[in-house]
Design a protein around this ligand. Structure first.
Ligand SMILES: C=C(O[C@H]1C=CC=C(C(=O)O)[C@@H]1O)C(=O)O
Length: 398
């Protein structure tokens, strides 16, 4: 007598269902590769900065029997500085669906906001001038300087509404909402955003990275947008800014890959708010079984790329510490997931915010190279804020 196989039908979810099911405290990540919604914490992944991939692999091996339909993952976010707070967990339940599809953007909840730039715009342009002096002095070739906005609402901010508006405004973005609450926080804290920048994606032995640098704002006029795209491609200064980033990423990935394809010329990608010079780098891993070659291992090796730090990296880090008045926290770090096979997707934490009850903290940065104009860099950060400001129903201010 044959024994029927014990099979459990895998639940099938739609991306829209998982987006609708997101609640603060969950872990959400979506991109053109698919949607992931995870809940509960089976294990917290520790590990020393730079070596978290090994700790992640060990944690995944230990909980390999749980993880719902999709098997266990490590999901979370690491901050910009190696010693910054980190959130990396193996959730108890993982639900997956395909990529988000086009759907109308719902209205933002009605809120009144008070907005404070941190620092004041004049302090930011002063910092850019000081960075240009370091560049002129030969200490640096590029540094990315960021500034912040602190928004206070007249009531609690709905993170599900914010996430939904971000995903609907740009279903191709890498959208995320990660619970980053820490002991001692007076209220739950969520890192939420829609990053255009793929740090690294891995499937089997195939890797893809998509460094971005060199930007212009997008506008409502098609002809003007075409002019801006052409201007971006033609600008020596923007191309130099981009070349530093693409070369930095290619250099690191080259150490892990047996072959690496780096297009000779950048292309342009668009988000609803920005145009960016882009280089899509692809490669084949030499040792895919090594934890250091997992998606998280590669992401840690790549971070921080010159898209958020600079060249040379140590001097750029020092300049950022000296010229930015506040810590970046999770901004300009990495956010994503890795599974037990080492596959996964990590993105650069830009176009992001930390939300805690009534307060939303945003950051945006711009790459400073020889020839940068402080006022234009300020304007670029203002344009980059629009992704989050529009999703909050507060576009065009700052
Ligand atoms: C640092 C940010 O963007 C990076 C990614 C794309 C273009 C950039 C730029 O043109 O400066 C930045 O390197 C940010 O959005 O905060």
């Amino acid at each position: 007598m044959s024994v029927p196989a014990l099979t459990r039908p895998l639940p099938v979810y739609r991306a829209a269902d998982l987006l609708a099911a997101y609640l603060p405290g969950s872990y959400y990540f979506s991109s053109t590769r698919g949607t992931l919604l995870a809940d509960g914490v089976d294990a917290v992944v520790g590990g020393a900065p730079g070596n978290r991939a090994t700790a992640a692999a060990a944690a995944l091996a230990e909980v390999a029997t749980v993880g719902g339909a999709a098997g266990p993952v490590v999901i979370g976010a690491l901050g910009f500085r190696p010693e910054a707070p980190a959130t990396l967990v193996v959730p108890s339940v993982v639900r997956r669906a395909g990529a988000p599809v086009d759907a109308p953007v719902p209205d933002a909840p009605a809120r009144r906001w008070s907005i404070r730039p941190r620092p004041e715009p004049g302090c930011y342009t002063d910092a850019v001038r000081r960075a240009l002096a370091l560049i002129d002095g030969g200490e640096l070739s590029k540094v990315v300087l960021a500034r912040g906005l602190e928004l206070a609402a007249d009531g609690p901010v709905s993170v599900p509404a914010l996430l939904t508006r971000l995903v609907r405004a740009d279903p191709a973005a890498h959208a995320f909402a990660i619970d980053v609450s820490a002991p001692g926080d007076s209220a739950p804290r969520t890192l939420v955003g829609a990053s255009p920048e793929l740090l690294v994606s891995r499937r089997g032995d195939q890797v893809v990275a998509n460094p971005l640098a060199g930007s212009l704002p997008r506008c409502a006029d098609d002809a003007e947008n075409r002019r801006r795209v052409a201007a971006l491609l033609a600008s020596e200064k923007e191309r130099a800014e981009h070349a530093h980033t693409a070369a930095g990423v290619a250099d690191v990935l080259g150490r892990f890959c047996v072959n690496l394809h780096v297009p000779a010329e950048p292309s342009v990608i668009g988000t609803p708010t920005m145009w960016h010079l882009s280089t899509k780098i692809t490669g084949t891993l030499a040792a895919p079984a090594a934890p250091t070659s997992s998606a998280l291992g590669l992401a840690e090796a790549l971070h921080p790329t010159p898209a958020v730090c600079g060249v040379p990296p140590a001097a750029a880090r020092d300049a950022i510490a000296a010229l930015e008045p506040a810590d970046r926290g999770y901004y300009a770090g990495l956010v994503g997931w890795t599974d037990i096979s080492g596959d996964g997707e990590w993105v650069v934490t830009i176009r992001s915010a930390e939300v805690s009850e009534r307060i939303v903290r945003l950051h945006a940065g711009a790459g400073i190279v020889s020839g940068s104009d402080p006022d234009r860099e300020l304007d670029e950060t203002t344009a980059k804020f629009q992704t989050l400001l529009r999703a909050l129903g507060e576009g065009t201010r700052s």
